[in-house]
Design a protein around this ligand. Structure first.
Ligand code: ZN
Length: 465
């Protein structure tokens, strides 16, 4: 598989440290509010990367952190009259609700910054001992000049970065780019004991502490949104590599932005779309597919029309699945063998799908491949097809969609008894030419999300939501 590595600025062949194991660290969100669709994108994209690597035989360790201490957390907790810990607990719970809806597999571990203060302090102390950090009255800063590689990820050198920085005349920092590893206690803020007095960690250091704790000093993939390249990831590299003397992450992956109606999501425009808002209208599987319909490095424009379009597209996938299931179901006694030619035709879609995914996780083209498969199914499978052929196509559809985390939510398979009974009553009404009653039952079913079609092969139904 090739991965676009922000560090090398090209697609690199993915060769993990340990032959069949892959380690991934994804920067998580700050848990002070509900997540919005911009937060959902890295969750969905890198969950899909994890699923794909697992599908290709890797054993994946997947870590995504929660930032549960920073200025926003403190401000919001104070406004709400609760502790930072209570605020974090609440929105971590809400995060899990949204993550489940989006079909995100549980991470190997979701570490919280506040539960890793000892590890953070150990790194800061080590950096100070090695001359990479300096203490000014209880605030400890990283000395960017002490790390020659600073600026490599974002492709700028330290001198230019320093020139471009806003000069704060009151700053006690040696260089404008130096950043806080540890902050001394301020009134009304949570604090921990440290060698520099009472205080709390800066933001960047938590990801170094938690990634190295769970994945080792050197690990395979570090991922997050584009906005994290600088300074967050640049700083993570500096502090981690100065501490261990070893390479930190080997591949850097960054997803693009999500806009809403062509504009950046921002407080001033008031156009934040939360995942919870989307879930009021659609199953979040729709949002998952919406995100995956664009290759992860490209921008996405979220509009009402676009998400509705995705909902309809997802319905087509479900309908193909249901059609095949019903066909297989109705031919339980069919013993015909799978056609070798049909198998070869269907297998090609897996090859193409993998080819697309191997090309820097091109889920957009992978989804197009699935729709080509559906087209093939719709022309190649009909009432005369064998159960074996239908089953083979069904399994392929479910397999490929499963890699993307799709087609696993709505119940398809069998209908519940109540619905079956209603369909039988409608059939009886039609037989006795009681059209009004037949229509009444059809409308009733429709209200229950079941649409009935009368075909030459008999009754077909599909679910609509
Ligand atoms: Zn991070």
């Amino acid at each position: 598989m090739k991965i676009f590595n922000t560090m090398t600025r090209k697609k690199d062949e993915f060769i993990p440290l340990n032959e069949k194991k892959a380690s991934i660290y994804v920067c998580g969100s700050t848990v002070y509010d509900f997540i919005h669709i911009g937060n959902a994108r890295p969750m969905v994209v890198f969950d899909t990367l994890r699923r794909y690597l697992t599908y290709r035989g890797y054993e994946v360790t997947y870590v995504q952190n929660f930032t549960d201490i920073d200025d926003k957390m403190i401000r919001r907790a104070n406004e709400s009259g609760i502790t930072v810990k209570e605020l974090g607990d609440r929105f971590i719970n809400e995060f899990y609700t949204d993550a489940k809806g989006l079909g995100i597999l549980p991470a190997t571990v979701n570490p919280r910054a506040t539960e890793h203060i000892d590890e953070i302090i150990a790194i800061v102390k080590d950096l100070e001992d090695k001359g990479h950090a300096y203490n000014v009255d209880g605030d400890v800063y990283f000395d960017t000049e002490s790390f020659p590689g600073y600026g490599r990820l974002c492709g700028q050198n330290l001198e230019d970065l320093n020139l471009g920085a806003r000069i704060d005349v009151n700053s006690v920092k040696k260089n404008p780019m130096d950043f806080a590893l540890w902050k001394s206690k301020k009134e009304g803020e949570p604090y921990w004991q440290s060698p520099w007095g009472e205080g709390r960690p800066g933001w960047h250091i938590e990801c170094s502490a938690m990634s190295m704790k769970y994945l080792g000093n050197t690990f395979d993939i570090h991922a997050g949104g584009l906005d994290l390249i600088f300074p967050h990831h640049e700083n993570e590299i500096a502090q981690s590599e100065c501490c261990t003397g070893e390479k930190f992450a080997r591949y850097w992956m960054h997803n693009g932005y999500i806009q809403v109606n062509g504009e950046k999501m921002s407080k001033s425009l008031g156009n934040f779309v939360t995942v919870r808002q989307v879930s009021e209208k659609y199953d979040l599987e729709v949002l998952r597919m919406f995100i995956l319909q664009v290759q992860y490095r490209n921008p996405i424009n979220y509009t009402d029309d676009a998400i509705l379009g995705t909902k309809n597209a997802l319905d087509r996938l479900y309908n193909a699945k249901i059609m095949l299931e019903q066909l297989v179901d109705s031919k339980k006694d069919d013993t015909a063998e799978l056609s070798a030619q049909w198998k070869a035709t269907i297998d090609q879609y897996r090859d193409t799908f993998n080819e697309k995914m191997d090309d820097d996780l091109n889920t957009a083209d992978a989804i197009s491949t699935i729709f080509d498969l559906v087209k093939e199914i719709n022309t190649g499978i009909n009432g005369n097809s064998s159960a074996a052929d239908a089953k083979y196509a069904l399994d392929m559809l479910v397999e490929l969609c499963g890699v993307l985390g799709l087609l696993s939510k709505r119940e398809t398979g069998s209908l519940d008894e109540e619905v079956e009974e209603l369909i039988a009553q409608r059939q009886a009404a039609r037989k006795s030419k009681n059209w009004a009653e037949a229509d009444r039952i059809r409308d009733l079913l429709k209200d229950m999300g079941i649409v009935i079609e009368d075909t030459r092969e008999g009754i077909r139904w599909k679910r609509v939501n």
